[in-house]
Design a protein around this ligand. Structure first.
Ligand SMILES: [Zn+2]
Ligand SMILES: [Zn+2]
Length: 320
């Protein structure tokens, strides 16, 4: 990565120019830096950020300069099969245009020495300014600090959503969160919001276990203790809900060993898409439900009480 001056083109219909005030580093950015995630180059990386609206393109009526926004890396058309089914993370346009790393219209917004510059995950927030689709600029309260707001855009949305959206958590359920990094700690807080009766945080790192307990985990254990602790809390059944946020094969295996028969497993972590992960077959049996989720079932504009319906419509108009 290098620091370069990038030219910003004129705003197209539905575009929002955001002055980035805080941007955080997500694992997916690291994958792009290390080369395990293929990204069209040259590109501005960064996809977890907050800032203020600096200018809006034609047709954007729900946002105005000065509005505080969190950026979402999941713009979606609102009309395809998956959007109609309430699964914007699978939006046909979103997935089709992602490899090119430009907006849905395929046109670059940035240039460096006349060479078009791509935007990671439709954002490219490691910059002082970025042009995003209106649907990706989610309004948040003015009082929310930028460095906290930035985290909502990816890690918090994913971890909290896993507990509150993807898993059908019931009041008093025994939940387990495997891996207590940024996403896992968000999942712990999501389990609190969802009404879990006990939350078992699992991580080999004592400092992370400590953080998990400060954020609501009732138990914090090493990976090799996890199954026993879950059983001790459930008359030997296993955890009702297990959320995996470690992204290692041992974590995926532990998730299905620790969940009870008929329980729910949500996988948030990932390994290389070509890598195979082995399971003891018996650990997959007994009516267990496994869901892999990239964004915690998030529908960012819909989820934010401060988002504006017209911004959503502007986001639609330019995709047609
Ligand atoms: Zn991310
Ligand atoms: Zn769609």
């Amino acid at each position: 990565m290098t620091v370069e001056t990038v030219e910003v083109g004129p705003l197209a219909p539905g575009d929002v120019l955001v002055r980035v005030r805080a941007a955080s580093l997500c694992h997916t950015d690291l994958e792009a830096i290390e080369g395990t995630l293929a990204v069209a180059l040259p590109a501005v990386l960064g996809h977890e950020a907050a800032g203020e609206v600096f200018d809006v393109g034609p047709g954007v009526t729900g946002l105005k300069p000065g509005d505080r926004v969190v950026l979402s890396w999941n713009p979606h058309c609102g009309t395809c099969f998956y959007c109609e089914h309430g699964q914007p993370i699978l939006c046909a346009q979103y997935l089709a245009h992602a490899p090119a790393a430009f907006h849905f219209d395929g046109r670059p917004r940035l240039a460096c020495d006349a060479v078009p510059v791509h935007q990671l995950m439709y954002l490219g927030s490691f910059a002082e300014y970025c042009i995003v689709p209106a649907v990706s600029a989610v309004r948040v309260p003015d009082m929310m600090p930028f460095d906290r707001a930035a985290l909502l855009g990816c890690g918090v949305m994913t971890g909290v959503g896993a507990a509150t959206r993807v898993a059908s958590m019931r009041w008093g359920d025994v939940a387990m969160v495997i891996g207590c990094g940024a996403v896992g700690l968000s999942a712990v807080q999501g389990c609190v919001l969802a009404g879990a009766g006990a939350i078992v945080a699992v991580d080999p790192n004592p400092a992370r276990r400590q953080l998990a307990q400060e954020l609501g985990a009732t138990h914090a254990v090493e990976p090799d203790e996890a199954v026993d602790v879950a059983r001790a809390l459930t008359k030997d059944r296993g955890a009702d809900v297990v959320i995996e946020a470690a992204g290692v094969p041992a974590g995926f295996r532990l998730s299905v060993e620790a969940v009870r028969p008929g329980g729910q497993v949500v996988w948030l972590g990932k390994v290389d898409v070509q890598q195979e992960v082995a399971f003891r077959w018996g650990s997959l049996m007994q009516e267990k439900r496994i869901t892999r989720s990239s964004y915690g079932g998030a529908r960012p504009q819909h989820d934010s009480p401060f988002s504006r319906e017209p911004a959503w419509r502007a986001g639609l108009s330019w995709t047609r």
